[in-house]
Design a protein. Structure first.
Length: 412
């Protein structure tokens, strides 16, 4: 139990009586468990928690959008997906696209016009008597968190991404749930592939990192996995899949959304103008499936068979797990990790929080070799390039070697 004297001591030492919390970026299983843990842990210290909805947009709106969150508000939310605070992945207040009734505004050269509303957000925090912020998000959200800490706002980040690609922490919550969803999709799709002797391509999220794909391939017993970190050779990919069809009549291929299509040097993605995270991946598995199907059927024996008398024609099908992998009920592992992160965020604010040598008040909760700690956001977000801040799959790492040892091909 935290004694009343200690509560007074910590409140006086750090001046933290009211904590704000927001969730930014894409939704992720475990967000509500973090919110719950922050509220319950803060209550132990006698500290109020103010919820800021809609990510950084909520910080810009301020006023009545800020609302107190109590213990009764977080009862029964640990098992809920999504976030009771809602989220947004389009609102970088340091570089906010200007809008009017016609939409986004452009200058004479066709470039977007941006405004800097960061000082408005900081003033809204001051008006609400918020002494520190718990910012839950991935690399984009935490980049702004770092920049607010440079403006003097005490910030403790909680790493959130199903992609598990954030630097300085061994694991992020939401990843376990995402992999579990993808493995379930593999199990569902496999029976169709076996029944119809098809090559089944299952596309999973991960952006420029292949952690979800690699873990899904190993856990789901796939024949092949394609990840951005290991470029595949289209011809070798087709040859390997032909062997799978000859040997056991079907194949499962896990495709990370960030890999390139086989017949062009580009991503099958769209660009969302004005978004700080502008690239929207999705659909590359379909392009690869079409390519493989044509390639496998382009070479036939004297009887016109692509593979054999049963597989006269090869059929490939693509399934995109999509948002099913980032929504819904979080796994027990993600609930536990989220709770640990949320509680430690408050603990760090009340017990350990101090500015760095440059006077910046930015830290992030991290898991290092099974132990919770905090690291400087300046270390986590070392540049303003999101891709440059990612922790990607090590092509020579233990999991890649494991996959190869159990005869999972990388198409290379």
């Amino acid at each position: 139990m935290i004694q009343e004297e200690r509560i007074i001591e910590h409140t006086l030492k750090h001046g933290i009586k009211r904590i704000g919390i927001m969730t930014g970026g894409g939704d992720c299983p475990g967000l509500n468990a973090v919110i719950r843990a922050v509220v319950l842990m803060a209550d132990k210290y006698g500290v109020e928690v103010i919820g800021i909805p809609y990510g950084y947009r909520g910080m810009l709106l301020g006023g009545d959008y800020f609302h107190k969150i109590t213990k009764s508000d977080v009862l029964g939310i640990i098992e809920q997906g999504g976030t009771i605070l809602h989220s947004s992945n389009k609102d970088n207040l340091f570089k906010y696209p200007r809008r009017d009734q016609n939409g986004l505004q452009h200058d004479a050269d066709g470039n977007l016009i941006y405004d800097d509303f960061s000082s408005v957000a900081v003033e809204n925090l001051r008006k609400a008597d918020i002494d520190a912020m718990v910012i839950v998000g991935g690399d984009g959200t935490l980049t702004s968190g770092r920049d607010y800490s440079r403006m003097g706002v005490p910030v403790i980040g909680v790493p959130k991404t199903i992609d598990n690609d954030l630097r300085s922490t061994d694991v992020t919550f939401g990843f376990d749930t995402a992999v579990s969803r993808c493995v379930a999709a593999v199990e569902s799709v496999r029976t169709t592939g076996e029944a119809h002797s098809r090559v089944m391509f299952i596309e999973v999220m991960g952006r420029n990192a292949g952690h979800i794909a690699l873990n899904t391939a190993i856990s789901g017993g796939a024949d092949m996995v394609l990840i951005p970190e290991i470029p595949y050779d289209p011809q070798k990919m087709v040859a390997q899949l032909r062997k799978c069809l000859v040997n056991h009549g079907d194949a499962i291929v896990i495709v990370s959304e960030g890999v390139k299509a086989p017949d062009k040097n580009s991503y099958t993605a769209k660009i969302v103008e004005g978004s700080p995270d502008a690239i929207r991946f999705g659909g590359v598995s379909g392009a690869i499936a079409d390519y493989v199907e044509k390639a496998l059927n382009s070479t036939r024996d004297e009887h016109g068979y692509a593979i054999n008398e049963v597989l006269m024609d090869v059929e490939c099908r693509a399934t995109n797990v999509g948002y099913a992998q980032r929504g819904g009920v979080p796994t027990a592992n993600d609930r536990l990790l989220s709770t640990r992160f949320g509680a430690h965020a408050v603990h760090a604010l009340m017990e350990e929080f101090n500015p760095d040598e440059k006077g910046n008040f930015g830290r992030m909760v991290a898991m290092r070799e099974g132990h919770l700690t905090t690291v400087s956001l300046e270390q986590v977000i070392a540049s303003n390039s999101m891709i440059g801040n990612q922790r990607r799959v090590d092509p020579n790492g233990e999991l890649v070697q494991l996959a190869r040892n159990i005869q999972i091909s990388f198409g290379d």
